[in-house]
Design a protein around this ligand. Sequence first.
Ligand code: UN1
Length: 521
Amino acid sequence: MSPSAAKAPKKEGKSTYKFPHDTKKYQNFIAGKWCDSSSGEVSENRNPANVTDLVGTFPRSTKEDVDRAVKSAKKAFAWWRLVPPPHRAKMFYRLVDIMQKNKEMYAFQMTREMGKPIFETRGDVQEGIDTALYACGEGYRMFGKTVPSELPSKFNMTTRFPIGVCGLVTPWNFPMAIPTWKMFPALMCGNTVVIKPAEITPLSVWNLLNAVLEAGFPPEVINVVFGAGSKVGNAIVEHPDTPVVSFTGSCAVGRKIGSLAAPKLKRVSMELGGKNCTLICNDANLDLAVDACIWAGFGTTGQRCTASSRVIVEEGVHDEFVEKFIKAAKKLKVGYGNDEGITMGPTVSEEQMKTDLEYIEIGKKDGATLAFGGKRLTGPEHKNGWFVQPTIFTDCKPKMRTSQEEIFGPVVSVIKVKNYDQAIEVANDIEFGLSSAVFTQDVNKAYRAFRDLETGLTYINSATIGAEAHMPFGGMKGTGNGHREGGWGAYEFYSETKACYVDWSGTLQRAQIDDIVPKKK
Ligand code: UN1
């Protein structure tokens, strides 16, 4: 059975980690040393489930801090690039153990800083561990190709080489997993990195950095600069010595990054918005579909690029689905994710909560039916946090703003369609293309959906979330610029393919000109 967000797995309901609620002044890590920002300024990291809980303060860094980090990373690249990959793989092997040992602590702290329930943050850390395991394997693979030459006594091969300093700008919804998606393949390929974590979830990258250092990676190969996207992020993207930039976040920021990087012809990977759909056919296993829609709609409080915020249902099962969906949503237990039995946490910030509530008003005004939820939660256990009820709109038209725009909150729009063809049409009539799911017992419909849905990920009889770390992750259309994270694709992004020709004939053989065929003896 799939883990349902409606019922937290019993044994996993509460954190077992006893964390002293200390407050700490955290620092940047630049040129192998801990240091404050050159501005001396800091920003606060607070628990979104209870804003009276101050997690710590983190530097508000400047362009000068970024300059120092890139300079150090560039210097370290000169020798790190020459370290044999199997040697780097052994560091990742140690890192796996360290992350495993600290998993519960990382998960607890991640829930405290960003809100999702502990069983989800354990998954986030596990995704990082899986990404490290994959890196161990790649250290012994990094396959190039050997291909025949068109000329005799000549050898053709390709090999992958590192590129340089990689500038990594990471989001808050997967505060450890997504940084590992970028950092681990970048380092494994022999690059050095400068990373800017999301300003509201810096602690998880701080934890990750400590694990990387404990595993024996040379301190100079990884620099962490905390601060705002507009200052630190832009400085990383614009720096002449960061030939590679990887960003996960909003479309608006992605466009900005693209325009800053384009004149310098950088290699840029962008993972941006989503408005993912779940298609429910008349022959679907409805209970399974409901479980999946709860998990994909309200897991991580709907704050996943892959969240299923649109559910497109064939009219034959629409009413029954809606009834079951609302019944299941009622069972969600909203609260602080480190507490027993919580299945949905707060929104990550006041700003995000306001966005969700604004969209709920837009949905109502545009004529959708508010079938469940729709309000901020303000009871005794919620009053100090940014909690919004899981919210379901029905009678949604495909072109309504709530059906088209990414809300990044626990708001799901249900759209009724006449038949399967219309479902595919509605699903594709959108600017994004990250994830999709289809529920049907008909293998032909399933394969047609796989072929026709314009998304980088398609799930058959499963939720739109839950990509595995060794598979390509990324989207079509407005979701990004075509790159894939996860698995082998990431290794291609973080390395340069070089072609090498070795001519051992002892004569000048001209390709495309000399048509030399060895003579029969
Ligand atoms: C995201 O949706 O923002 O596929 C990342 C998943 C996770 C990663 C999601 N492995 O749901």
